[in-house]
Design a protein around this ligand. Structure first.
Ligand SMILES: *[C@@H]1O[C@H](CO)[C@@H](O)[C@H](O)[C@H]1NC(C)=O
Ligand SMILES: *[C@@H]1O[C@H](CO)[C@@H](O)[C@H](O)[C@H]1NC(C)=O
Ligand SMILES: *[C@@H]1O[C@H](CO)[C@@H](O)[C@H](O)[C@H]1NC(C)=O
Ligand SMILES: *[C@@H]1O[C@H](CO)[C@@H](O)[C@H](O)[C@H]1NC(C)=O
Length: 768
């Protein structure tokens, strides 16, 4: 970062030009550099050690790719093209997709030596052959073809015909038992996956499906998913043998590709972070953010887990050893990373010794095996390496990978016990072949990725996780790009009276049988039997057994004072006729002051009270929170507490509103209410129909309901128009001068009532 000089100081310097000139001469590199069609940024104003980064608009890549570093002699490191030849002109070039080189038992077009973005490749099979995979693939802006690699199969071979990825050539291979097919990428492309695959006894090709990657091509989270899909052609035969899913939706075959999170098996995760000079301090910070994302996410599943952390350049440095007691405590691991993991630890080491880093893990494992002999075989290991991909010393990392595989005793039926992932993250010069050398190669899986930023890593990483029998944990959401809205908000339910054409209220699942919603949805009607609870995005419509309104809820309670509608205690519980089964689509939200929430907040059982939860969840002046709108998307608001609360609730009384005659806002906004909204209408406001839904906050990748949507001063969806094309509900801004506010029944404030009715279904922690 360049810190601006104070004005006075700047003037002073101008008065002494001689000093300035001397400074520049000895230390700085020129920042007067450009790239044709793109932009240049400097990490440190061109001082020695600062980096120069070329960037290009989408669909283009900088050529040469390399960043350049300001050397102590005031010169940038020279530009080199991909094959190491010096070049003089930096320019943005068009990203292109590799060509299909061949396609067995069928035809494809167009044939080109490479394809511009937007090109479409179409495939057809000869008579007697069935096309598996995508019959059309589009060239995407990151230089990759979408869809899955097609094959033409006649059902005769022992294995299926094998897919030939774009950019690859294969040796003449057949698909009889024991046949061997070798792949090679054309010049300039790196092979990711297995270079050789064998048709095995189970009718499955060994290794991982290869792809050919240009050095500039990176993965978007959605491509990672597509790539998982790309290997589907390997396992399609398994689909037909597994029966239909009871829910009626087609299930993808179990690829067994992912990191298994289960209560029954212990998982060790080893995180290795590249800290060599080429990574740069800025990217090292990105890596640290990634560690945090991975640790928080994995820890959010409440499975038995240990973390080991290591940084490396020419030598590894262990931050957390797998034997240490803190390895089981994600909080403490994160703390130690913050405190003890520094870029500077590795000096200015230019070496990247991935072998030494992996070998350090191997030794750690060896030591651990000696300690926990009998359980060792039950432990699953995942090694996650974050790198800029250039191992330049210490020899081949493969040697260390081999030792680890031997130690873990990886065989066909123990494939689940070891996964090695290699992630390149950030604006790096990643070397695909180096990543591929380290990463595990399993059928239907990919373990080597290059992603542009930590956010992409977060969504991509989500697809790597496979939670098993973790149904009873609350507040867990799916962050995958491919997840449906109800997987992202699996507690959210819609409430509909069968006599109405659409749902009129929302609610939240808090246990197997209970839904929390607002009382005004039912207007004190006696009979809720015509209502249904819609869960899992409409896949389940469930009858209601009974409804319990808060006994103090009474809309007419303050009629005598001239208050027409009064929403204090606007909260109801609905009991379902039958308990639901939890899973990825249906899961409860965490209710504060319960043991489930306590666990989700990573507190030791028996050490916390309801007060602690309140402090943890609602102690900021403005607490960022969310609710779910009519289109099932999350909307952001801020709960105003402490000194921000009075101005917030004062908004309940505004001109041309039902409460315009009320003298004191606290007459209508009692202590039961949380308040959100701002005078400039920047925050979202809730619409009619969103009532009863949860107001929730996120902590450590888990979700905690703090309120129930009750009422507001402004309905943005009053006109209920749909936006053409998207079919989204139009949310209009309020009239000028209006200051929108929303009010929610605080769950902390109705604990007595919740405890009285839910005491049998949920375990609560002490109030004080
Ligand atoms: C590929 O992308 C195109 C254009 O975005 C889209 O229409 C098509 O459905 C995609 N195909 C697959 C198989 O994802
Ligand atoms: C790294 O290099 C910088 C600048 O060349 C130097 O000031 C610093 O002392 C070096 N650090 C170490 C640990 O060698
Ligand atoms: C998230 O959703 C995706 C897409 O449905 C699914 O493949 C994945 O397993 C889910 N992840 C978790 C952690 O539930
Ligand atoms: C509900 O039931 C009570 C007592 O049975 C009755 O007095 C009241 O009128 C009913 N309310 C409605 C809206 O039907």
């Amino acid at each position: 970062m360049m810190t601006p000089l104070p004005r006075v100081l700047l003037l002073l310097l101008l008065l002494c030009p001689a000093i300035v000139a001397q400074e520049l001469e000895t230390t700085s590199c020129s920042t007067d550099l450009a790239i044709r069609g793109g932009t240049v940024t400097f990490s440190d104003g061109g001082h020695p050690g600062s980096t120069l980064t070329y960037s290009c608009p989408p669909g283009k890549y900088p050529y040469p790719l390399q960043r350049r570093i300001c050397q102590s002699d005031g010169k940038w490191t020279p530009m080199r093209s991909l094959n190491g030849i010096r070049t003089n002109v930096a320019q943005c070039k068009d990203i292109r997709c590799p060509p299909q080189r061949s396609f067995e038992h069928g035809s494809f077009n167009p044939r080109r030596s490479s394809h511009p973005i937007g090109d479409i490749l179409s495939f057809e099979c000869f008579d007697g052959y069935q096309l598996l995979g995508s019959s059309q693939r589009h060239c995407l802006p990151n230089g990759r073809w979408n869809g899955t690699a097609p094959v033409c199969d006649d059902g005769v071979g022992h294995c299926r015909s094998i897919a030939i990825p774009p950019g690859a050539i294969v040796t003449e291979g057949r698909n009889r038992l024991g046949d061997r097919v070798s792949f090679q990428c054309q010049n300039g492309l790196d092979l990711v996956g297995s270079t050789q695959r064998v048709c095995g006894p189970e009718g499955e090709w060994s290794g991982a499906e290869p792809s050919c990657r240009a050095p500039y091509s990176y993965d978007r989270a959605e491509d990672v998913r597509a790539e998982f899909g790309a290997s589907l052609t390997d396992v399609l035969s398994e689909v037909s043998s597994s029966g239909p899913d009871p829910s009626g939706t087609p299930q993808p075959p179990n690829l067994g590709r992912r990191l298994i999170l289960s209560k029954d098996s212990f998982l060790y995760i080893y995180l290795l972070v590249d800290a060599s000079h080429s990574v740069t301090e800025a990217n090292f910070r990105i890596f640290k953010t990634c560690l945090e994302i991975i640790i928080n996410r994995v820890a959010s599943f409440d499975v038995p887990i240990k973390f080991s952390i290591l940084s490396y350049a020419s030598q590894p440095k262990t931050i957390v050893d797998i034997h240490e007691d803190i390895a089981e405590e994600p909080e403490l691991v994160l703390e130690k990373i913050k405190k003890e993991m520094n870029y500077k630890d590795h000096g200015n080491a230019t070496g990247t010794n991935i072998y030494a880093a992996l070998n350090a893990i191997y030794l750690m494992m060896l030591n651990d095996q000696a300690n926990v002999l009998e359980q060792w075989n039950k432990v699953r290991h995942a090694i996650i390496l974050l790198t800029d991909g250039k191992s330049n010393m210490g020899g081949s990392p493969k040697k260390a990978v081999d030792s680890i595989e031997d130690l873990v005793d990886v065989r066909a039926n123990r494939k689940d016990y070891l996964d090695i992932y290699a992630f390149g993250v950030g604006n790096l010069e990643v070397d695909w072949s180096a990543m591929n050398e380290i990463a595990s190669k399993k059928p239907g899986e990919r373990h080597a990725f290059i992603l542009k930023n930590p956010e992409e890593l977060k969504t991509a990483f989500e697809d790597v996780l496979d939670p098993r029998d973790l149904d009873d944990i609350c507040g867990l959401a799916n962050y995958s790009d491919s997840a449906e809205w109800y997987q992202k908000n699996p507690w959210h339910v819609l409430l509909q009276d069968k006599h109405q054409t659409e749902p009129s209220c929302r609610g939240a699942l808090i246990s197997k049988t209970w839904i929390l919603t607002s009382a005004h949805c039912f207007n004190r009607m006696n009979d809720t039997s015509s209502w249904t609870v819609i869960l899992g995005g409409g896949q389940r419509r469930l009858p209601i057994k009974r409804r319990i309104d808060h006994e103090l809820y009474n809309v007419r309670a303050k009629l005598a004072q001239g208050i027409q509608e009064f929403y204090d205690y606007d909260i109801s519980l609905l009991e379902l006729e039958n308990p639901v089964r939890f899973g990825g689509r249906i899961r409860p939200i965490c209710l504060p002051c319960t043991e489930g929430a306590n666990k989700a907040l990573k507190k030791k059982p028996g050490t916390t009270t309801c007060k602690d939860h309140e402090l943890e969840l609602l102690s900021f002046e403005k607490v960022p929170a969310q609710f779910i709108n009519l289109d099932n998307e999350r909307m952001n608001v801020q709960i105003k507490t402490k000194t921000s609360r009075p101005p917030c609730i004062s908004g309940a009384v505004q001109e041309d509103m039902i409460y315009s005659q009320v003298s004191d806002a606290s007459e209508v906004v009692t202590d039961r209410f949380l308040c959100s909204g701002d005078d400039n209408a920047v925050e979202a406001a809730a619409c009619k129909g969103e009532s009863g839904g949860s107001l929730f906050v996120e902590r450590r990748e888990r979700h905690f309901q703090v309120g129930v949507i009750s009422w507001g001063t402004y309905d943005p969806c009053k006109k209920k128009k749909k936006i053409r094309n998207t079919q989204e509900t139009m949310r209009d801004p309020p009239q000028r001068n209006h200051k929108p506010r929303d009010f929610y029944i605080s769950l902390i404030s109705v604990q007595d009532w919740l405890r009285k009715h839910l005491g049998k279904s949920l375990r609560f922690i002490p109030m004080q």
